[in-house]
Design a protein. Structure first.
Length: 336
């Protein structure tokens, strides 16, 4: 890559700093961003000061913070060398990730090309998706390693988004023949009343988040064609009864709103060559009072079974607007 990091011997008159050399000045400009806004984001996030000196960046601050900033800058530069772009979200993700073991990641299986130098990357038709927190990285790894996986945590942590991304990656890689996305058709605390139209038009409002996720990873015309061919299905949980799902990648979203019986029904649909992902948020149960959540039931009954993974997220893993994390933390304090 050509990046070298040097820590000069400390001098009583000098502030300790780490120097990074970047051989391609054009890429260095992209790394710094317009008006050095990328550097400012890293400075603010890690508590360091970064100065540009020709084709070098000098990082000043506490030793651990300097090391982290150097790792972040090197990782971002590698992306630029690979022809990719960097944005605010990508920089935030790079800062969140634990890079102490970068380059020594364990592959979950040779059939999946997801690890590159310790990084987890999910290839889709429209974009390359990377986890932005360590919990997300562990979750994506679990999705590749296990035939049945649970992702549990608050809104905005990427549970469904990453699950759909992995499903698209497995589909275009030929590891599964179809994608099935489902969620309970439960109203979120308000009565929506009678919905006009045929069955698809009635349930589509509940399924829209799944359509949105698919649209991020596949061209719109391809999504429409695959849905028409039934190689992609988006359906309410109630439609899963009586089916055996073979060589399919199946996602149940908003699983906290499935009853215990619905959850058992869904889990027993798992067929040969299939994979299932169940995502949910225990703090957003919209079931009628007195009806227990199937997600909590599954946690209690299945957590000790081998080859079933449970991955948990917190407000620290929220990758939406920073205020979302603060809002979640505020509500958690009240309910604790």
């Amino acid at each position: 890559m050509g990046i070298s990091a040097l820590t000069p011997p400390p001098s009583p008159d000098d502030v300790p700093e780490t120097l990074l050399d970047f051989p391609d000045n054009r890429l260095l400009i992209d790394l710094c961003g317009e008006f050095d806004r990328n550097l400012a984001q890293i400075e603010h996030g890690l508590g360091v000061q970064i100065l540009r000196r020709g084709n070098r960046l000098a990082i000043m601050g506490e030793p651990d913070a300097r090391d982290k900033a150097a790792s972040v800058l090197s990782g971002l530069y590698q992306k630029l060398e690979a022809g990719r772009t960097i944005d605010t979200g990508g920089i935030d993700g790079e800062m969140r990730m634990d890079t102490s073991e970068n380059g020594t990641g364990t592959r979950p299986g040779d059939q999946f090309e997801m690890f590159r130098g310790g990084r987890v990357e999910i290839k889709t038709r429209k974009k390359l998706v990377e986890p932005r927190t360590d919990a997300q990285k562990a979750y994506v790894t679990a999705l590749y390693e296990n035939e049945l996986a649970f992702g549990i945590g608050p809104a905005g942590t990427g549970k469904t988004y990453l699950a759909v991304a992995v499903g698209v990656s497995m589909f275009i890689g030929g590891h599964v023949d179809r994608i099935i996305l489902s969620r309970p058709a439960v109203e979120a605390g308000e009565r929506l009343g009678f919905l006009p139209g045929d069955m698809k038009e009635k349930v589509d409002p509940y399924m829209q988040p799944l359509y949105d996720a698919l649209g991020d990873f596949l061209p719109g015309k391809q999504v429409a064609k695959l849905i028409e061919e039934k190689r992609i299905e988006i359906a309410p949980l109630a439609f899963m009864r009586g089916r055996t799902l073979s060589r399919a990648y199946v996602v149940l979203d908003e699983a906290q709103n499935a009853t215990a019986m619905q959850m058992k029904m869904f889990l027993t649909r798992l067929g040969e060559g299939s994979r299932m992902v169940i995502t949910g948020d225990r703090s957003q149960v919209d079931l009628p009072r007195g009806v227990s959540s199937g997600l909590a039931d599954a946690e209690r009954l299945l957590s000790r079974i081998d080859k079933i993974s449970f991955n948990y997220f917190t407000s620290k893993d929220v990758v939406r607007h920073p205020l979302v994390a603060a809002i979640i933390e505020a509500y958690d304090k009240v309910s604790a």
